[in-house]
Write a protein that binds this ligand. Structure first.
Ligand SMILES: Cc1cc2nc3c(=O)[nH]c(=O)nc-3n(C[C@H](O)[C@H](O)[C@H](O)COP(=O)(O)OP(=O)(O)OC[C@H]3O[C@@H](n4cnc5c(N)ncnc54)[C@H](O)[C@@H]3O)c2cc1C
Length: 379
């Protein structure tokens, strides 16, 4: 996106998040749903396809622009960005990076308009390590029959399209022999379980997805190439990690704003608690973490866009920022005292919401393994 156009989008998203979404956070929490008018408005702003190429109806944001938007989106409930997060991130990027032109034409314009794609990789024994994947895609005439069970799939109950990872070559070991398929949610044999009851991020839904002998044509195979699934998943996840790190920074900014406001207004011993240096120290720690995270994410995105680093930077940013926001949420609850433990207080909700960032799109341990392995291999 050109700078001037991007500045307009960024400004609109910032204003929308702060004036339209933040005031609805309790409603989203209580109803466990994003209100239909917010979904419509997000689609009208182009948020369902802001990273998708302009040629296919998206806004064409590069990663440096994506993270600036994510700093803003992270300021409110992560459920809002989750609604279009899979389109722009993990699911959509598989199509952008690895789809044939025909597959892109078929799906990307629809996604950019507001249809939803889900990324279906995780299984009961294939989470951190996809080599245990047991979902199978067996050749059947010109097409395939897909069978297996996926769990924790974000947006599954809303999905129009599943980007599904399945083993096409049972003889291939580990992550070789994994392919990726585009499967419409309405196909015979696709069943989505009830939405999971989660710790936090109410309004963002995950569910189990069962593929019971689902027949798909050969054109459903992403890129028309068997065995390319693991590479496609990893490429998509790397970019997603920088985005998630930016969401964490946005949340840390919000935790800071809530904590400063509380510290200035709440009183003990006749004075605002913000006058106490031990409270100021907690604010300083949140501020410093958010600042470090912002600098790190911006650098990781720049290096990703230039091609200088598409491995260590994204994992380092995701590791640091997801841990940082967990600490920030803990401190924010502490600044709020007993109030911070009460439902209806924003930092209590964010404390629960933040916990997920250290788990999905690669746990903190997996990020350390990626960084460590790259350091040993490349030096
Ligand atoms: C709310 C939510 C949304 C999600 N959305 C999606 C989605 O849209 N699509 C999708 O495909 N998946 C999704 N996931 C799945 C998510 O990516 C996985 O839960 C995550 O990757 C961890 O895998 P796991 O749950 O199997 O845990 P495990 O891999 O079993 O991990 C358990 C623990 O073991 C550690 N561990 C595992 N392997 C190693 C190792 N080699 N060395 C050291 N430690 C290790 C982990 O770090 C962790 O601490 C979602 C999960 C949640 C909770």
């Amino acid at each position: 996106m050109h700078d001037a156009e991007f500045a307009d989008v960024l400004d609109s998203v910032r204003r929308f998040v702060r004036t339209k979404v933040v005031p609805r956070e309790d409603e989203i929490e209580d109803t466990d749903a994003i209100p239909a008018d917010l979904r419509r408005a997000a689609a009208e702003m182009g948020l369902f396809g802001y990273t998708l190429p302009v040629a296919y109806g998206g806004l064409g944001a590069n990663l440096s622009q994506d993270v600036q938007l994510a700093f803003e989106l992270g300021y409110t409930t992560p459920a809002f960005r989750s609604m279009f997060g899979t389109n722009n991130g993990i699911a959509g990027q598989v199509l952008v990076n690895s789809g044939t032109d025909e597959q892109k034409q078929r799906w990307l314009p629809e996604l950019a308009e507001g249809a939803i794609a889900s990324f279906a990789l995780t299984e009961a024994e294939a989470g951190s390590d996809p080599s245990g994947l047991t979902t199978r895609a067996t050749r059947d005439g010109d097409g395939y029959i897909v069978s297996g069970a996926k769990r924790f799939i974000t947006n599954a109950p809303l999905a129009d399209l599943f980007v599904v990872f399945a083993r096409t070559d049972p003889a291939a070991r580990g992550t070789r022999g994994i392919s990726v398929f585009l499967i419409e949610s309405g196909r015979d044999g696709v069943r989505v379980g009830p939405k999971d009851r989660k710790m936090g991020q109410a309004g963002a839904w995950t569910a189990e997805v069962l593929f019971d002998e689902v027949a798909v044509p050969a054109s459903a195979l992403v890129g028309g190439q068997e065995g390319a699934g693991f590479g496609a998943a990893m490429r998509s996840l790397v970019r997603g990690r920088v985005h998630i790190a930016a969401i964490c920074v946005g949340m840390a900014d919000r935790l800071l704003a809530e904590s400063v406001a509380h510290a200035k207004s709440a009183r003990q011993g006749g004075q605002p608690i913000g006058e106490f240096q031990l409270v100021q120290a907690m604010l300083a720690e949140i501020q410093t973490g958010a600042y470090a995270g912002r600098a790190m994410v911006s650098e990781a995105a720049r290096s990703y866009d230039s091609g200088a680093d598409q491995r260590i930077g994204p994992s380092a940013a995701k590791l640091f920022c997801s841990e940082m926001v967990g600490r920030a949420a803990d401190l924010a609850v502490q600044v709020h005292g007993g109030l911070g433990y009460m439902h209806g207080i924003a930092v209590e909700r964010m404390y629960r919401d933040a916990r997920l960032f250290r788990i999905y799109e690669g746990t903190s341990e997996i990020q350390k393994l990626i960084i460590g392995r790259a350091l040993i291999r490349d030096n």
